[in-house]
Design a protein around this ligand. Structure first.
Ligand SMILES: CC(C)(COP(=O)(O)OP(=O)(O)OC[C@H]1O[C@@H](n2cnc3c(N)ncnc32)[C@H](O)[C@@H]1OP(=O)(O)O)[C@@H](O)C(=O)NCCC(=O)NCCS
Length: 334
C-alpha cells in the first residue's frame, strides 16, 4: 500500500464558443435587465454556441490545449472520462464521439452525468484508476451545451440568464509523491430534490419520448426552483469543503485557494463569508462565462493557473453543488 501515489493534474485546457451573449440580449425576449442579472447573479456575459455544436465538439480544442500543457500526444491517453449533463445524443455517449474526433486509440470512454458536480465526480473516478494502477494518463473532459435547453421567455428568465456553454479538459496522472496532488474527494447526492433543477423530457418513461405536447408544455427546457437551489447550495458548499479539510487534518486556515463551481456570485460570496476567506482566495469568473455546469471549475482552475495565482505546495479546495441535488469537494496539494 505504501507505493500508492496520489493522482494529480498534469495538463489542463479549456474552450468557450466565440459567440458572446451579453445581458442585453435577453431583454429582447423577456422582462429583465442588465442591472438585475448583474446584481442577482454576478454575470455580465456568457458564451453560446452558434450552430450545431455539441459538447464533443467544444471538447476538442480544450483537449488539444490540455495535451499541449501536459507535453503529451494523443496516444499517451489511455482512458476518457466525459462529464456532461447535455450529451450530444442519448446514445452513444459523448466520450465515444471524442475518441473518434481525436483519433485516440481504442481506449475506454466513460460518460458520467453528475451535472454541476461532474468535474469533482470525474476527478474522483480518475483518481481511483490511477491509484489502482489501471490507467496512467486519464483525460477528464467536462463539456456542456446548455443554451439549446433555454426557455427564452418570461417563464424561463431565471435559468436562461444563468446557464451557458463551455468546455474544459484535464489530464490526470500519478503525482511524484504521496504528499502532493489530489488528497481526497467527497461526493454526495440527495435525489428527493431532483425536480428542483431538471430537464423532464425527452424521457424514456414517455412513449413516444418526444411529442408536440411535451414541446408545447416546454418540458424539454431546463427548469429550476432558484430559491430552493440557493438555500441548499449555501449549506452544502461549506459543509463538503469542511468535510474534505477534516479528512486531511486541515482547517479553513490551510486553504490557499477556493475554486467553487460558478453557480451565482451571491452563493460564492456567502460561502466565502461562512468560511472566513479573503476575496483574493475565492476564484470567480462567472461575470465572463455564466454557469457552465461541470466545465466551470476546470475553466476557473485554468485561468487561476494562467494568472499565476497558485504556487507549488498550495492547498486548493474545489467544491461543487448542482442538480440532483449532487455536491462534492476535492482537496488538492498543488
Ligand atoms: C435564479 C436566481 C438568480 C433568482 O434570484 P432571486 O433573488 O432568488 O430572485 P427570486 O427567485 O426571489 O425572484 C425575485 C423576482 O425576480 C424575478 N426574476 C427571475 N428571473 C428574473 C430575471 N432574469 N430578470 C428579472 N426578474 C427576474 C422573479 O420572477 C421574481 O419575481 P416575482 O417576485 O414577481 O415573483 C436565484 O434564485 C439563484 O441564483 N438561485 C440559485 C441558482 C443557481 O445557482 N443555479 C445553479 C446551481 S448549479
Amino acid at each position: 500500500m505504501n507505493n500508492i501515489k496520489n493522482s494529480h493534474i498534469a495538463g489542463i485546457g479549456y474552450y468557450v464558443p466565440d459567440r458572446v451573449i451579453d445581458n442585453n440580449y435577453f431583454t429582447k425576449y423577456m422582462d429583465t435587465s442588465d442591472q438585475w442579472i448583474r446584481e442577482r447573479t454576478g454575470i455580465h456575459e456568457r458564451r453560446f454556441i452558434s450552430n450545431d455544436e455539441g459538447p464533443s465538439d467544444l471538447a476538442i480544442p480544450a483537449i488539444k490545449m490540455a495535451l499541449e500543457s501536459a507535453s503529451m500526444s494523443k496516444d499517451d491517453i489511455d482512458f476518457i472520462i466525459f462529464s456532461t449533463s447535455t450529451p450530444d445524443y442519448y446514445i452513444p455517449g459523448s466520450g465515444c464521439l471524442v475518441q473518434e474526433k481525436m483519433k485516440f486509440k481504442n481506449i475506454g470512454a466513460l460518460d458520467i452525468r453528475c451535472q454541476c458536480s461532474g468535474f469533482i465526480y470525474g476527478l474522483s473516478i480518475a483518481d481511483q484508476y490511477i491509484k489502482a494502477g489501471t490507467y496512467s494518463n486519464i483525460l477528464v473532459v467536462t463539456s456542456e451545451v446548455q443554451s439549446t435547453a433555454m426557455d427564452l421567455s418570461n417563464n424561463g428568465r431565471d435559468t436562461s440568464i444563468i446557464f451557458a456553454d463551455g468546455a474544459a479538459a484535464t489530464i490526470i496522472t500519478s503525482a511524484k509523491s504521496d504528499n502532493e496532488g489530489l488528497l481526497s474527494t467527497h461526493l454526495h447526492s440527495e435525489g428527493k430534490y431532483a425536480k428542483e433543477l431538471w430537464v423532464e423530457a425527452p424521457s424514456s418513461k414517455q412513449n413516444p419520448r418526444l411529442d408536440n405536447k411535451i414541446l408545447n408544455d416546454k418540458k424539454h427546457f431546463l427548469h429550476m426552483n432558484g430559491k430552493e437551489v440557493f438555500k441548499h447550495a449555501i449549506k452544502r458548499f461549506p459543509e463538503v469543503i469542511i468535510e474534505g479539510l477534516v479528512h486531511n487534518n486541515l482547517t479553513v486556515n490551510d486553504i490557499d485557494i477556493l475554486i467553487p463551481h460558478q453557480a451565482n456570485i451571491r452563493i460564492s460570496k456567502m460561502v466565502q463569508k461562512k468560511l472566513g476567506l479573503k476575496d483574493e482566495q475565492v476564484i470567480s469568473n462567472i461575470h465572463k462565462y455564466g454557469n457552465t455546469t461541470s466545465a466551470s471549475i476546470p475553466i476557473a482552475l485554468y485561468e487561476t493557473i494562467k494568472n499565476k495565482k497558485i504556487k507549488k505546495g498550495d492547498i486548493l479546495a474545489l467544491a461543487a453543488f448542482g442538480s440532483g441535488f449532487s455536491w462534492g469537494s476535492a482537496i488538492i496539494k498543488w
